[in-house]
Ligand binder design. Structure first.
Ligand code: SF4
Length: 400
């Protein structure tokens, strides 16, 4: 039985009950955020619905209810309403390519199928000359972004990272370099033997423009100890991010979910990110990452479900009211779930990617990459308007 919406609560057409970031355009003229589905949500979600309509922050307990309720569609409808008041009917994507400069890593995170020891046959360390050739032959001048991440190599010198960035910028000066997770930056500063603040300035001079969000996994001391002990602990990940934001870099934030973490630990992760974003404003988007277990020591856990992915994306959108964007990363969710996620709170679908190793080494069955017209077509098919963006979410062009 539909329940009427309180007349005084729904945001007027074209506005959002939550503050908009500069990269949130709001609904275009004539597009009305979906209110009808909010009349069909279950009774237990009505207090949360009214908070969302008022633009109020949700509590930890609200998050627990959203993870527990059988009303998955209601949870999705709430997240969808919030997204549509911020971004209307648009879904953004970018024309990018990944560059995994090394898979050699001194750590052994239990969820990782990407890492290699230096003496393994398929260990890779890309020399600057190799990277230059790759940029010449496999990148184009119309590409918007290169996403640069790698393993934590035990012995590459600090100069290697500077040279890598200089090589990219000298070969493709218009390419935005989004590079190095917080754990890589922490290690690069250690190799440099300098304070990270100084290193961040030197990396910018060499060509670094912004940073991706990986490496936090789940900000939980328990999960850290069990799965990635030795790697940057939660409080250091937060502290490093704080310094990176203070240095003027924009970053993303991720959460690797669907392994041994509880839903309360997911919520702990979200509220810690929300508090840091309140403080720095440096996050552009949140990216829930679906754990892929193949070829990892956690293979026995199996894959999480599509409904868990959708619920996690929706709850993330609702809890992270200060994050401008939430992404459905199609490489990890799969294309079909990513399309549905565009009605469960996601407003971005990442990019063309082209050459992805980290998730495919762990059994992802998605393509290695998609063309811009394929990206636009899958967004269209999901009932959204595809918009090409740059890394910093400047909208460049409506596609198709
Ligand atoms: S997740 Fe990163 S740090 Fe951990 S083992 Fe894999 S490459 Fe190394």
């Amino acid at each position: 039985m539909p329940t009427a919406l309180p007349a005084d609560l729904a945001a007027p057409l074209g506005t959002s009950p939550y503050p908009l970031a500069p990269s949130n355009p709001g609904p275009a003229d004539g597009f009305a955020p979906s209110l009808a589905a909010l009349q069909l949500i279950s009774a237990e979600l009505i207090p949360i619905r009214d908070k969302v309509l008022r633009g109020e922050r949700l509590t930890y307990e609200d998050g627990q209810l959203l993870f527990a309720t059988p009303d998955l569609n209601g949870t999705g409808a709430l997240a969808n309403y919030l997204t549509e008041t911020r971004n209307g009917n648009r879904t953004t994507f970018t024309y990018n390519r990944h560059l995994n400069y090394t898979n050699v890593c001194q750590y052994k995170c239990m969820f990782c199928a990407f890492r290699r020891d230096g003496d393994e046959d398929d260990a890779v360390v890309m020399s600057p000359e190799f990277v230059r050739e790759k940029l010449r032959t496999e990148f184009t001048d119309t590409m918007k972004e290169v996403h640069v991440v790698g393993g934590i190599h035990p012995s590459l010198p600090y100069e290697y990272y500077l040279e890598l960035l200089r090589t990219i910028k000298s070969e493709r000066p218009n390419l935005h370099v989004k590079g190095f997770t917080m754990i890589e930056l922490d290690e690069i500063a250690r190799l440099a033997g300098k304070p990270i603040e100084e290193v961040l300035l030197e990396l910018r001079e060499a060509g670094l423009d912004s940073c991706p969000g990986g490496g936090a996994e789940v900000l939980s001391p328990r999960v850290h100890k069990k799965l990635y002990n030795g790697k940057l602990p939660p409080e250091r990940w937060l502290e490093t991010t704080r310094k990176v934001h203070a240095a003027g870099y924009k970053t993303n934030a991720t959460m690797l979910f669907g392994h041994i973490e509880s839903t309360d630990e997911r919520l702990d992760h979200l509220v810690q990110l929300r508090a840091l974003q309140d403080e720095t404003g440096g996050f552009m988007q949140f990216i829930p990452l679906v754990f892929h277990p193949d070829n990892t020591p956690l293979q026995r856990l199996g894959k999480t479900t599509g409904t868990d992915s959708l619920r996690t994306i929706a709850v993330s959108r609702l809890m992270l009211d200060d994050f401008p964007h939430v992404k459905a990363y199609w490489i990890m969710t799969g294309i079909k779930i990513a399309q549905i996620a565009l009605h469960f709170g996601a407003d971005d679908i990442d990019g063309t990617v082209v050459e992805e190793h980290i998730t495919h080494d762990a059994g992802a069955t998605t393509p290695q990459g998609l063309t811009t017209s394929q990206m636009a077509a899958l967004i269209h098919e999901a009932g959204r308007v595809p918009v090409l963006r740059d890394t910093l979410y400047q909208e460049l062009e409506v596609v198709g």
